[in-house]
Design a binder for this molecule. Structure first.
Ligand SMILES: [Zn+2]
Length: 201
């Protein structure tokens, strides 16, 4: 296939916004994307840390009511964060995945959604939101990949999260066991009670 000579002169549009099966709207590959490609910039307003904390807390409080996992604030440096909540920032629509094909990479104070691997035309673009475990149970993951851990969390927290989930599963199993043996006792009682009733007649 012949490549256009002036490819660098015209910026290539790599993405398109569509409905997503993961959540609401998503961003999809408009064409095949090679690894390392800067697909689109995560744009926003540069804000100080104090303002960033105020906005994040406000959004987290709202998220508790709506169930949205949307904070849209990126750490830029020691003094500043980037608030990408405005509609013009298309990159805010990228969904989270436990097996993402993109990564948010910072370069000279700008954040780029960058391809981690070969991405085929039509694939949904995703990245790991990197959440810590503070409110993990409020953010179930629906990425549907084989690697899905069930909740939105940064990979550095997966070990801890797995332990929490295993402990929780063990508690549920123990509870079910107790309930089952209680149910057995009740049904045994009922059985012994039934003939007694008949006798009364
Ligand atoms: Zn997942």
């Amino acid at each position: 296939m012949a490549k256009p000579k002036s490819a660098a002169a015209t910026p290539v549009v790599w993405h398109v916004v569509r409905r997503s099966s993961i959540h609401s709207q998503g961003v999809f590959a408009l064409r095949d994307i090679p690894p390392g490609t800067r697909i689109l910039e995560y744009t926003g307003e540069k804000i100080g840390k104090r303002e960033s904390e105020r906005r994040a807390n406000e959004r987290l409080a709202r998220a508790k009511v709506t169930g949205e996992a949307a904070v849209y604030i990126f750490n830029l440096n020691k003094r500043q964060d980037l608030d990408g909540s405005m509609k013009s920032n298309i990159a805010r629509l990228l969904n989270h995945s436990c097996d993402p094909n993109c990564e948010a990479i910072q370069s000279r104070g700008r954040i780029w959604m960058t391809a981690l691997r070969d991405i085929k035309k039509g694939e949904e673009l995703t990245f790991n939101y990197g959440f810590d475990l503070e409110n993990w149970s409020e953010h179930p993951c629906r990425c549907g990949t084989d690697r899905c851990i069930g909740f939105i969390a940064g990979e550095e927290y997966w070990g801890e999260l797995k332990t929490i989930l295993e402990d929780r599963a063990a508690i549920v199993r123990a509870k079910k066991k107790t309930e089952a043996s209680a149910a057995k006792k009740t049904s045994a009682k009922k059985k012994s009670a039934a003939p007694a009733k008949k006798k009364k007649r």
